[in-house]
Design a protein around this ligand. Sequence first.
Ligand SMILES: Cc1cc2nc3c(=O)[nH]c(=O)nc-3n(C[C@H](O)[C@H](O)[C@H](O)COP(=O)(O)OP(=O)(O)OC[C@H]3O[C@@H](n4cnc5c(N)ncnc54)[C@H](O)[C@@H]3O)c2cc1C
Ligand code: SF4
Ligand code: SF4
Ligand code: SF4
Length: 385
Amino acid sequence: MIHIEDKRKCVGCNGCASVCPTNCIELRADDEGFFYPVVDVLKCIDCGLCERVCPVLVQDDEREPLSTYAAVNQDNEIRGKSSSGGIFTPLAESVIADGGIVFGAVFNKRWEVVHAAAHNVDELASMRGSKYVQSEIGECYKLAKKYLGEERKVLFTGTPCQIAGLRRYLRKEYSNLICVDIICHGVPSPAVFKTYISEQSKRLGFDIKDIKNINFRDKRNGWHDSRFVCRYVTKLGESDIVQPLSQNLYFKGFIRDLYLRPSCHACPSKKFKSGSDITIADLWGVENITPELDDNQGVSLICINSEIGQYYFNKIKKETKFKKIALTDALEHNQSAYSSAIEHGKRKNFFAAFGKEPFHSIITRLLKRTLLMKIKYRLNNFFKY
Ligand SMILES: Cc1cc2nc3c(=O)[nH]c(=O)nc-3n(C[C@H](O)[C@H](O)[C@H](O)COP(=O)(O)OP(=O)(O)OC[C@H]3O[C@@H](n4cnc5c(N)ncnc54)[C@H](O)[C@@H]3O)c2cc1C
Ligand code: SF4
Ligand code: SF4
Ligand code: SF4
């Protein structure tokens, strides 16, 4: 039976709970706001399935992509709404066009990030854009299995550990499944994000339910200088909070690794171990690699990891502008593909104060930088997320 002693050894994928034949595993949030399995031992029949599907306990081999591309979606409207070059959408649309289902991360009505299924192209809209919060898988693995069994095509997107979890949960290969993961820096705590937006809205005099949209990577100032944008409505009409990422308190804590999930500091799915067919990411360093594609509206890095991945990329090629690039160039500025983020020295202080002190005051206090630190940070800040 699954038992979490070291929190670094659970990615929260929900695979164990999804497979348990007696439904005796429930994922519950801990004090940091991350979800972990809790077993009702009285109902456990000791079948061992939960351990067999766990992507931390059983890991696949490291891989190298078969090929890598720089690409942009030719539909500028869709690309504008996507975080990188907008490659997720044509992949998803091609599966929907074949009567398939797409799984991805969306905001629910309470502005929590959860995985959901899209059955038509309209439902893809809410999946577009990176949400820098851990997404809850819920029933999506079970649902994906059901559709696969009905011989419908399924595109499952998510973090590498979510893809590894799905593949372990399924325990067999399906030719009608395509898995797409992202290069993943790590995921912040859902409770921290919730606290951030509720404090922010209170301070500005509106309610969470008045929020109309949240975009972590708005491109109004260009992709290289993305903005955090929160649109809300009050009696006076619609307003936008617009902040450079360097000034957004939540983003600051995220990129400084103050409140990532513990497993993100010992990630079991780096080095393309997830078993995904395609990995998508931001092509950082594009200005030196393929400057002709860099119009400051976002360029995707596409890593093709399998024949199925190549088949789907070939299908959407005509909707993109692309160029084959070398793997070393592609990943030079994206260390997250290979190494786990290093825990911020003040992570423990953050969570000791979390819930007792306002979020903005903890961040301001903990991330206050001296001039020397500011210079060091700028010099070290080679990559973006
Ligand atoms: C937490 C997180 C960390 C990331 N870290 C890096 C990084 O280190 N380096 C890098 O190059 N790129 C990183 N990315 C990926 C990048 O930001 C883009 O999401 C990716 O390139 C896809 O962009 P797109 O323009 O093709 O499509 P978009 O339409 O922008 O992408 C949406 C896709 O991302 C998925 N997605 C969004 N939020 C989540 C979430 N919380 N959990 C799981 N899946 C999600 C959706 O399901 C959908 O498939 C990260 C994304 C997230 C969410
Ligand atoms: S051992 Fe079997 S019954 Fe017990 S918790 Fe794990 S999956 Fe459920
Ligand atoms: S990593 Fe996934 S399968 Fe393993 S214990 Fe955590 S939630 Fe369960
Ligand atoms: S860094 Fe690794 S463990 Fe953390 S969310 Fe990403 S893939 Fe999962």
